[in-house]
Design a protein around this ligand. Sequence first.
Ligand code: ADP
Ligand code: MG
Length: 288
Amino acid sequence: MTSAAEMPGPEPLGDDELGPVTVLALDGLSLAFGGLAALTGLDLTVYGGEIVSLIGPNGAGKSTVFNVITGVYRPSAGRVLFEGRPIAGLPPHRIARLGIARTFQTLRLFLNMSVLENVLAATYGHTRATPVESMLRLPWVRSEERAARALASEVLSFFGQRLAGYRWDQPAYSLSYANRRRLEIARALATRPRLLLLDEPAAGMNPTETHEITELIGRLRDELGLAILVIEHDMHVVAGCSDRVVALDHGVKIAEGDFDAVANHPSVIEAYLGRDPEALVQPEQDVT
Ligand code: ADP
Ligand code: MG
């Protein structure tokens, strides 16, 4: 089998003269774990300023898509193009530096560190100073630290009262579950990404918090100009924020289009009824 990289490219990517800018393009992506085909021939595009939702029953391969984009897994076939540049196979820290940030389905905060320290730690992955240079407190290192604090406070202020002032010095373990999820997003923003990958940002949230996170995702696009790929189980969130929805089942794309078209697609209904019927509750009212 020839690899996808040797085949002629389908179209020029990242050319904003000819249409929307392509931020992310997955092209014929496949990945197997032993005998299990986790992803098969997946094509998926995210354009600049777009919010695309990735849905599908448990085990469909959604988190695996994020793991391939962020370099945790190398695809067995196909390409990952970020702003036109092939990134599949690069190590995760290099991909992060190029401008892709993610949150995790299961949170990865430093629970004993303060809110502010959690965000600062995320910016330090993107600063130049080595630990020894930081200890020596060289002038340029201090100015880098000031810049990191300014960025951290800018990022935290995006969450309004939820992560405001007095909470900055509290340990992350003292935060409510919803605020921990917000902090996880703040950490992702602290790397100044252009593409943000959110893995089930509303998981475990109550209806008010879910509504708030839906609005927040819209603001991340509108105010920060981010392209966003979001995995979400809550159909209120998906309906409320998505420009486009892609549905996966068994690692295969089974539907793509606007929310109504995908949510009512027979293959999507069948996939959920087979394995995840509770997730198929339609939003009874528009949350936007
Ligand atoms: P989703 O996020 O849609 O619930 P995942 O992407 O986590 O699904 O998983 C897709 C499939 O791949 C599942 O069958 C899962 O068990 C399998 N899988 C995911 N990661 C691994 C791994 N590291 N090793 C083996 N199997 C895996
Ligand atoms: Mg998952």
